[in-house]
Design a protein around this ligand. Structure first.
Ligand code: NAD
Ligand code: GLY
Length: 359
């Protein structure tokens, strides 16, 4: 087991990474305060891992709620089921919510924990690669709105992140690839040696070689923990983690939640951000080609879906959380491994990128 720390003063917490962690509660039970635990999962993950989770929590007062599976259920309406269960079970302010699932369950559970009785503890047990390398770390929680992705939410840090790498054995190939999009993101924004490493180990990652996966998760979490430790509330540097996300969120919202996976939208969105960076003269054709080849090898899309046009993108991107005073702020690359946030992109260049990328 490897242990990293997200350093946030008295709200610091460990990220535990390793095989079989769900069956080793001694490694993490002490991170759960109180005796009441609500396990939140979904109808896909619960049959796989709920029993092991309940065994690990033996001796505590444990309730469970199993939500429908899918990004389209990441809504306030579905979250009501969590609050109903908490209130019916008379859980008090000392309770803990445990998220057992991918990023959808993690984001929803964390938001429920932020809201219930104005804030209770929560624990992340991420079971997708995407959740283990990104969404379970850093305390961004929330739900979607029909008009915008992740638009209702709160910052609320977990007490511990338990990344049991054995859970990735049951993950569909398409979901594994979606997680790799966020792994590649860390290389692109700040960690060129990691990008080289990903290129060299991509086949091992796709073949789910445990050592390669563990290394990718550890390095991704370290990159994210460093950034979150310096900028928890995204007043600056943390926005760099959103490379490809402004275009990607527009793809997810515009194509209907659940049709494109988050990681797939991030991959196509990243290629759009790189196209724009190239138009600004910051990247060359060779660098663009290098990144496109890596996404393609990872079986990820490199262009948005056919039905979305340039005007759709402009409308959807105006709702992005990084938009400020009507201006779209974008994460761009001033060279591979060097991300910047810019709010002054010439509209004509953005339009040119959208026209070129939208089919
Ligand atoms: P997801 O939660 O929908 O999980 C993907 C699919 O895999 C689902 O069908 C799920 O039931 C299934 N699944 C989960 N674990 C499994 C396992 N071990 N075996 C078999 N099937 C399994 O999607 P995701 O990619 O994990 O997360 C995407 C979500 O995360 C999006 O809503 C995105 O907005 C959010 N996100 C949040 C942050 C953050 O910082 N909070 C960062 C990135 C993404
Ligand atoms: N996934 C972006 C962030 O956590 O800030």
């Amino acid at each position: 087991m490897q242990t990293l720390t997200v350093d946030l003063g008295d709200r610091s917490y460990p990220i535990l990474i390793g095989p079989g962690l769900l069956r080793q509660p001694d490694a993490w039970r002490a991170c759960i305060p109180g005796r009441q635990v609500l396990v939140v999962s979904n109808e896909t993950v619960a049959p796989l891992y709920l029993e092991a989770t309940l065994r690990a929590l033996a001796g505590l007062q444990v309730e469970t709620v199993v939500l429908p599976d899918g990004e389209q259920y990441k809504t306030l309406a579905v979250l009501e089921q969590v609050f109903d269960r908490l209130l019916r079970a008379r859980f008090d302010r000392g309770c803990t919510l445990l998220a057992l699932g991918g990023g959808v369950i993690g984001d929803m559970t964390g938001f429920a924990a932020a809201c219930y009785q104005r804030g209770v503890s929560f624990v992340q047990v991420p079971t997708t690669l995407l959740a283990q390398v990104d969404s379970s770390v850093g305390g961004k929680t929330g739900v979607n709105h029909a008009l915008g992705k992740n638009m209702i939410g709160a910052f609320h840090q977990p007490r511990v992140v338990i990344a049991d790498t054995d859970t990735l054995n049951t993950l569909p190939d398409r979901e594994l690839a979606a997680g790799l999009a966020e792994v590649i993101k860390y290389g692109l924004i700040r960690d060129l040696p990691f990008l080289d490493w990903i290129e060299a180990h991509l086949d091992a990652l796709l073949a789910r070689e445990p050592q390669a996966l563990a290394q990718a998760i550890q390095r991704s979490c370290q990159d994210k923990a460093d950034i979150v430790g310096r900028d928890e509330r995204e007043s600056g540097e943390r926005a760099l983690l959103n490379l490809g996300h402004t275009f990607g969120h527009a793809i997810e919202t515009g194509s209907g939640y659940g049709n494109w996976l988050h990681g797939e939208a991030v991959a196509a969105g990243t290629m759009m951000a790189l196209d724009l960076s190239a138009r600004l003269g910051w990247l060359g054709a060779a660098e663009l080609g290098r990144v496109q080849r890596l996404f393609e090898r990872a079986r990820l899309p490199v262009a948005p879906p056919a039905g979305l046009g340039a005007d759709d993108f402009l409308n959807l991107m105006a709702v992005d959380k990084k938009a400020s005073e009507g201006r779209i702020r974008l994460v761009l690359l001033e060279g591979l491994g060097n991300a910047v946030v810019r709010g002054d992109t010439p509209p004509a260049l953005l339009r040119a990128t959208l026209d070129a990328c939208c089919r």
